[in-house]
Design a protein around this ligand. Sequence first.
Ligand code: PEP
Length: 253
Amino acid sequence: MRKKIVAGNWKMNKNFSEGLTLASEVVNIVNDELNDDVTVIMCSPFIHLAQVAKNAQESDKVFVGAQNMSEHASGAYTGDISAEMIKSVGAEYVILGHSERREYHNETNEQLAKRVDLALEIGLNPIFCCGESLEIRESGKEVSYVCNQLTESLFHLTEDEIQKIVIAYEPIWAIGTGKTASSQQAQDMHKAIRDFLAGQFGQEVADKISILYGGSAKPDNAKELFAQPDVDGGLIGGASLKARDFVEIAKSF
Ligand code: PEP
């Protein structure tokens, strides 16, 4: 059985006190209402992380993650945050390779491979984002584009290591646009990703890796998306900023 996961990416939203209010609302609603075996992850800004991790201790279903980390272990990298720092405040996950970081900070597949290694070394689980632009989808090359992202950042891993990765397929044209991939489009890509992972790591390993969908997922479309056999949950941006909406998504399996 693969882990069902709903992860919220707060991005650069919520000041400290607003963030803590959101975190405690999520924890309370999860504790009261979420019966399913679902892992809920809140990926807050770095500033909030230590306190959000404390809030998450109130629930055995809620975990926290960072939204990015350095590809260096430590040293003279002003403004950067290391894997060890993230781990030391109680976070267990880290988003790597979000399309906004790839686009605005020029993150490359090669840099992301280094971050994946450092995260795993320290005991963090990467939520590795992949996904194509509208232009690539319209050219019909979306599967090979996504597979190349996986090859260059993840295919050096061992069978044990790859099982610690959560993959988030996020078509760029669906992020923050209100335009969701259809459940069939999501399923087709998730299946292609799983087949590709199976080719490298074997079917048994591929069947254990959770693949999340991200891109304008909301309470009213999550059920249909999560009903697809290869969709194991979601990475949620906008809708993770309202505790009620976020937990409704987590209740949609
Ligand atoms: C995201 O940025 O990871 C995301 C999926 O955003 P949204 O849900 O707002 O499209």
